[in-house]
Every structure is written in C-alpha cells, then in structure tokens.
Design a protein around this ligand. Structure first.
Ligand code: AMP
Length: 282
C-alpha cells in the first residue's frame, strides 16, 4: 500500500491509474479506524479497481471546546487495517498540506439541511466537512466516494454538495456497522468508560422501540419521538441532544412518518456525544 502525504504524490499515482483505464474509489476518514471504516473500504474494493483512503483529522469541522486535540490517532494500526482490506493508497496529509498559510476558501451549503440535527449543536461543522471533502474530491478525482449511513446528515449534505456544485463523483452510502449490543461503531466509543459503555446501549434500545412502534402502525412522529425520549431519559447518565424524525433527503421534520424518513438522535453519555439513526422502511 502506498502512503502519500502530498497532493502531488496522490495526483501522480491517480493519473497513472486513470491512464490504465482503472476506476478509483475514495474513502474519507479521520483515522482511528474500526470495522465501520473497513466496511467502506470493502465496498470500494468491490466496485472500484483502485481504492484510496484518506486519514486526516480535519480541524475545520471541530468547534472550539470539541475533541480535536484528544481525538484518537492510531495511524500505524490504521495502515494495517487498510492494507488488510485491500486499500491501494492512504493519503495522510498534515494540516499544513490541507490548509497552507494564507488558505482562504470554504464550501458552504446555504439551505436548511445544514442547520438542523447535528448542524444545530455543531455550528460550522458541515462547512468544515464540505470544504475538506471538496478538497479531497479535487485532489483524488475519484469515480466513487464511500460514506457511512451512520453519519446520515453528513451523507445527505455531501450528496447535496455534489449535486449543487456538479462534482463528477458517484456518492455511495454504506450501512452502519454495529457492536453486538447494537451500539454503532465509532472512533469516539473509545472515550467511554465501563459504565458509560453499558449506558450507551440505550441509543439502540430507543431506536428498536421506535422501529417496533412504526412497524405496528404508529406513524405520528411526535408520539414515536416521545417514546424514544422516555426510554433515553430512563438512563441517568444519558442526556439528549436531539431526537428528530425528518425527511430522508431534505431533513425537514415530518408529522406523519413515511417510507424513507430518517429517525435520528444525538445523545451525550457522560462527556461523549454519540449519534445514530435508522431509515424508515414501511
Ligand atoms: P470518521 O472517521 O468518523 O469521520 O468516519 C469516516 C467514514 O466512516 C464516514 O463516512 C462515516 O460515516 C463512516 N463510518 C463511521 N462509523 C461507521 C460505522 N459504524 N458503520 C459504517 N460507516 C461508518
């Protein structure tokens, strides 16, 4: 596996692959890789001739007071995982490579899609995400890019950016990989102590109850959200950031639940903010 740290190194290699007629997949990550990330690499390896993964803890998507400095960094192990899963190149730039002195560009989506859910509690987050993903698309020129449904709003925002700015990239959403008790795998799960790890099961429990309600025909969003709220409030160390039921593509709140809607939540377990979601299938 090639380890590239400069933009030129990536471009030179991708140009060679393209000259040979090979398709290229991109898996953007912030490292601290787990089976969720590995599943994106697997998806890319399946449909693309060559796979590039990026490992970059992007400072512009963190607000002041968030966990930029403490975010787990496990680069050597990340490379092992990527290589085991058939990744061809890892792009691991420094902050200076991505944001050199004098840098002054941003990609900002201006519709409501970025203001609700995580956008409401993390102002500026999606501007940082779009800017770095837009840069990665321009550096790697992938045919396809792979993102997890676990970050459903991120996936919707990236799809919107690609559509509105005419990026020539096929965006592929990949299913959420979970622990055996249902907790979505996340690099931030490493912050949880034993008690918090046990308590974090309440996210999946509340989603399972919501799914059961919806399956039995309870389609009033407020009612379903209330059942989720009561479940989570039953866990003393959990604190709800949001529980929302929204349209799957616009992320506008719905009153009556329909096929394709997104049931999404963010919950603090101690100091760790966990997110999860599922898409309604009626
Ligand atoms: P991150 O490193 O957290 O920025 O995540 C990089 C990519 O991996 C994003 O597209 C995430 O949605 C995806 N991802 C993170 N956790 C999971 C998971 N448990 N299952 C599937 N994809 C995931």
């Amino acid at each position: 596996m090639i380890i590239a740290v400069t933009v030129d190194d990536v471009r030179r290699q991708v140009k060679e692959w393209k000259k040979e007629g090979l398709s290229v997949g991109l898996v953007p990550t912030m490292g601290a890789l787990h089976e969720g990330h590995a599943s994106l690499v697997d998806s890319s390896v399946k449909v693309c001739d060559r796979t590039v993964a990026s490992v970059f803890v992007n400072p512009t998507q963190f607000s002041k007071g968030e966990d930029l400095d403490s975010y787990p960094r496990t680069f050597d192990r990340d490379c092992e995982i990527l290589e085991e899963h058939g990744c061809d190149m890892v792009f691991a730039p420094t902050v200076d490579v991505m944001y050199p002195e004098g840098f002054g560009a941003e990609i900002q989506i201006t519709t409501g899609i970025v203001n609700r859910l995580c956008g409401a509690s993390r102002p500026g987050h999606f501007k940082g995400v779009c800017t770095v993903v837009g840069k990665l698309f321009n550096i790697v020129s992938p045919d396809s890019a792979f993102f997890g449904e676990k970050d459903a709003q991120q996936l919707a925002v990236i799809r919107k950016m690609v559509k509105d700015l005419n990026f020539d990239v096929n965006v592929v959403g990949c299913p959420t990989v979970r622990e055996s008790d249902g907790l979505a795998k996340s690099s931030r799960n490493s912050y949880l102590n034993e008690e918090e790890r046990r308590a974090s099961g309440v996210l999946y429990k509340s989603m399972t109850l919501a799914r059961e309600c919806i399956d039995t025909g309870k389609l009033q969003a407020a009612e379903v959200a209330e059942i989720m709220r009561e479940t989570i409030e039953g866990e003393p160390i959990a604190e709800i950031d949001y529980i929302e039921i929204v349209d799957g593509s616009t992320l506008e709140p719905v009153e009556t639940i329909k096929n394709g809607d997104l049931v999404a939540l963010a919950v603090y377990i101690g100091n760790t903010r966990l997110i999860d979601n599922f898409t309604v299938s009626l």
